[in-house]
Every structure is written in C-alpha cells, then in structure tokens.
Design a protein around this ligand. Structure first.
Ligand code: AMP
Length: 429
C-alpha cells in the first residue's frame, strides 16, 4: 500500500501537482479539495474550499492523510499546516508564522533589512499624509505596495505622482483591500529583468528547482493590467549558474537563518521573485508556495519523483535531495476567459483539449473549468494552462501554440508572445 495525498486547491498549479504526484509509485490515493475536472482524472475531488481550514483539517484527520500539499497561500496564512501538524499529519508548506513572508510585505521587508538581504530600499507608512508627503518628495517611478494579501493587485509601479497618489488613496483611504491596506511599503523602483527562483526547504537545506519566469500582464509586450499570470517558461536564461549561486548564498541561506533566529523554521516551498541587474539578484517578493503558472512547465521538466521531496519538507528533514531535470525547456500558455482580468463571461463549452494533447510533449492543465450537463465549460478567469516541452525553447513555444490553436470556446483569450523574451536573451536560439 502506498501513501494517501491531499492536494489543496483547484487551479492549474494544483492540476500540475496532482498530475505529477499521480506518477509516483509511492502514492496509492490522491484527494483534491476542491479540485477541478482536470484534476479529477488523477484524484478524488472533495467538495471543500481551499480556504475552509476547519473542513480541510477534519477531512485530513478522518482519512489520516499521509501528506497534504497546499497549493495557494491563503490556507497557509490561515494556519492549515499548524492545524495538521498538531494532529501529527505531515503537510508540505510553512506554518502561519512562516507564511507571513507572503502575507505581510512589511514583515518580509523588515526581515530582509534586518538580515542584510539585497532588496529595494523602502519605508513603511501607516499614515496617509506621511506616505503622500514621502512619495511626492521622492523620485519617479515609485513602487507602492499594500502590506497584506490583495490577490496580486496590491502593487503599483507608478510612473506619475498622480498615479501614485490615486493608488495610495485607494489603499489607505478607500481601503479597497480592507485591512491589507492598514500599512503600505513605499520602495525604490528596481531596473533589470525578473525571474522566479523556487526551492524546497526544511528550514536549513535549500533544494532549488530550475529557474522560471512568468508573464503577469494581460497583453502582449507586457501591456495592460496585472493578472494571476498569463504564461511561464523554464529555464529563464537570465538566471545563470552564477546568479543561482548568488541567490542561494546571498538570499536563501541568510533568510532561512534569519527566520530561525526569529523562531521560525520555514518548511515547504520558498519562491523568490528576483530582479536581476548587472549579474546581481535582489528580492522583489517572496511567495510561500509554488507559482501558478510556473509550476506547470517546472513539473513537465522534473523527470524524477516529486513526492519524496514534498514528504521530506513536510517531515522537516531533507536527507535525499536528488532531483532529475529534463534539460529541455518547457512553456505554459494560459488560455483565459474573454474579459479577464475584468468581468468575464463563463459557461461556454470548451472543445479540442483531447486534440491538443495528441501532440507529443503537450499537457493541458485545467484551472477555471467545470462540468455543466456533462460538458466541459469555462468557469474562471484563467481556464487552461497549455504546457509543452521541446528540444529548444522555440520548439516548446511552437508546440504550445499549435496545441492552443486546437482549443476553442467563445471569447477565449491568450497572449501570443509567451517565452519571446527568453528567445531574445538567447539571441534567438
Ligand atoms: P510583488 O507582488 O511585490 O512581486 O510586485 C508585483 C510586481 O510589481 C513584480 O512582479 C514587479 O514586476 C513589480 N515590482 C514590485 N516591486 C518592484 C520594484 N521595487 N521595482 C520594480 N518593479 C517592482
């Protein structure tokens, strides 16, 4: 008998997790809460929301789940891992104290400053007038961040004073993000290229996955508003072996040591959003979970079993850090509902997924899909993550877009330039 695994969440990242976990010879049963129709191919979906910490705890206890893997940040911040650990149930993810790295930008920046980890210079404000005065006296562009979780919308890189003041007012006076806007971080705008660096950790040891990069904006050429992520590729050529080494030495190791000094042994997935300029990485943000959609291309490239690493993080000791990575690049193109990230129309039948997956090296991960009268329809903003691996980055991109071409529903939207930036970095190779 193998072990039982509970995957918490129901998006593209969680489908990629369930798909990868299902390949493990160690696992005999997978549950997902709430899951989605794609995840249902690999797991038994349980009608529990990813935010229902009490319900998830009760379910895990009743089934004596051997390993819980938490996809999104909210249940981590709400203490799901603390609750499961108290019951003696292994769960991969930080406790609520560790999850503050993502849940509070003020906490994150304060830790970075205290332990000398490179990041943008910043000031914290809890008073609107003082924040406004500081912004108006400073340089442009300026970056303003709401302290708490704001579903990826709590940051502005303001090019004008007007834009900066409008955002400050929304956050601190109109309180569009509620208590997440009690405080703001005002920080220096960094130049360079962004990349994601994601690692497994037991609080001491750091086992990095390959680099990756996501595409946050809705439009081609990084135009328009931010989204949850419209695509990703791995590796990110900007992250050279030298940068990886610097990220480990200058960022991850001092951060984990600093957290331990604060009484936090951070276990699980640690994701650093980096800005790289002139060969030097600086921290933009930390996430306390896998990226979505970065997980999709990363898991396509991970040729060894994911479960032993998840289990070792959950158990708090990494003793066997072996990981095999397919050297070929992978790309994920997100297909979204028309109108996303604003209001979008849903309930349209989706065609062509099977045809897309007939192509070698292509996996279509579900995010916002559901079944209506037995038909697959779009039901969320981001709907599918069409993911492909290829001999070259260009080959992977072409494969992904050929697969995208086969998939249809009314209003479907996707970016047409996912991965282009990396092609440019490699001189078009
Ligand atoms: P965050 O949630 O803190 O990562 O911010 C969201 C996005 O805003 C990042 O992915 C960057 O594109 C941008 N950003 C955040 N902080 C800075 C900064 N200090 N300088 C330049 N861009 C930034």
């Amino acid at each position: 008998m193998g072990i039982s695994v509970l995957v918490v969440g129901g998006g593209g990242r969680e489908h990629a997790l369930a798909w990868k976990i299902a390949q493990s010879p160690l696992v005999s049963k997978i549950y997902a809460a709430p899951g989605n129709p794609g995840i249902a191919r690999h797991a038994e979906c349980v009608a529990l929301s990813a935010d229902d910490v009490q319900g998830l705890r009760d379910f895990a206890v009743s089934k004596r789940i051997d390993l819980t893997v938490v996809g999104p940040e909210a249940p981590l911040a709400a203490g799901l891992v603390d609750r499961l650990t108290r019951e003696g149930l292994p769960a991969c993810g930080p406790d609520a104290a560790g999850a503050r790295l993502e849940g509070s930008k003020v906490f994150m920046k304060t830790i970075l400053e205290k332990y000398g980890i490179p990041t943008a210079a910043f000031r914290v404000f809890d008073d609107y007038d003082e924040a406004e005065q500081h912004v108006l006296a400073g340089r442009l562009p300026v970056v303003i961040k709401a302290d708490g979780l704001a579903a990826g919308k709590g940051v502005v890189v303001a090019q004008t004073y007007e834009e900066a003041v409008t955002f400050l007012k929304e956050v601190m006076e109109r309180r569009v993000f509620g208590a997440a806007g009690d405080r703001v971080v005002v920080e220096e705008c960094l130049a360079g290229e962004e990349a994601s660096y994601i690692a497994f950790t037991d609080g001491f040891k750091v086992v990095p996955l390959p680099s990756s990069q996501d595409h946050k904006r809705i439009g081609d050429h990084d135009q328009g508003p931010n989204t949850g992520g419209m695509g990703a590729y791995s590796p990110a050529p900007v992250v050279t072996p030298k940068i990886e080494e610097r990220a480990a030495r200058e960022i991850f190791e001092p951060l984990l040591a600093g957290l331990r000094a604060e009484g936090i042994t951070y276990r699980g997935i640690l994701y650093a959003g980096l800005m790289i300029e002139n060969g030097a990485p600086k921290v933009l943000e930390f996430n306390v979970r896998f990226g979505d959609p970065e997980a999709q291309p990363l898991f396509l490239r991970l040729s060894s079993d994911l479960v032993p690493l998840l289990l070792q993080c959950a158990q708090g000791k990494i003793t066997d850090a072996r990981m095999e990575i397919d050297p070929r690049p992978a790309v994920c193109v997100v297909m979204a509902s028309g109108g996303y990230p604003g209001q979008y129309s849903k309930g349209h039948p989706i065609e062509g997924i099977a045809e897309a997956e007939e192509q070698e090296g292509v996996v279509v991960f579900h995010a916002g899909t559901s079944l209506a009268d037995g038909r697959l329809v779009n039901s969320g903003g981001r709907v599918l993550g069409v993911t492909a691996i290829g001999d070259t980055l260009k080959g992977a991109i072409d494969r992904a877009y050929r697969a995208v071409d086969r998939i249809h529903w009314e209003g479907a939207y996707y970016r047409s330039d996912i991965g282009r930036k990396a092609l440019r970095n490699k001189g078009g190779a």
